[in-house]
Design a binder for this molecule. Sequence first.
Ligand code: BG6
Ligand code: MG
Length: 212
Amino acid sequence: MKYKAVIFDLDGVICFTDEYHYLAWKELADELNIPFDRTINERLRGVSRMDSLEIILEKYTGPALSDEEKERLATKKNDIYRKSLEKMSPADLSDEVKETLNALRNKGLKLAIGSSSKNTKFILQRIGLEGFFDAISDGTNITRSKPDPEVFLKAAEFVLEEPKDCLVIEDAEAGIDAAVAGGFDGAGIGSAAKYSKATYHLSSFKDILKYV
Ligand code: BG6
Ligand code: MG
């Protein structure tokens, strides 16, 4: 086997919470009369909640916002987002993802999550994957957001493997950049499927099985 572990991003890789992130930011941006569309949204992939807010505020023209007001806006977005998450169930985990994860596990690979999200554990619980992964590195154990490699380096550390022995799966260009910066091979899927810095370009989740 080429790798000893696979580290998965969560939003947009394991499940389609990326759409819920977009809809929640869109609601907030509309309220503040800030232009926000799917093109700008692409820049938020893999980026922490507060860094995402700063990107959205680049087009804000209202009165200056204090740090407390920014915190309040980020919390408001998260409250909208959590309402969508609460509606999720194991039916939101596709058969393809479920079967591929099981096949990787059966090959003896360690499986970990490497996500910027502070909602990671809640999402995994909603979709029926609580306790499935060997390790979870997420927004609660990092200080620097992707493209910094911290979240993946921590995931590798948690599964006791070297970055060169781990394959990272990402839908964000910032996530592939983070993988490269940390010395990992990165497989791009979805929005990052055609990204030149990715080691592999996946057209479907099950393609991971071809490269491990
Ligand atoms: C990443 C998403 O997984 O998590 C980003 O791609 C998001 O869009 C980030 O901003 C932080 O998520 P949360 O759930 O902590 O607000
Ligand atoms: Mg993602």
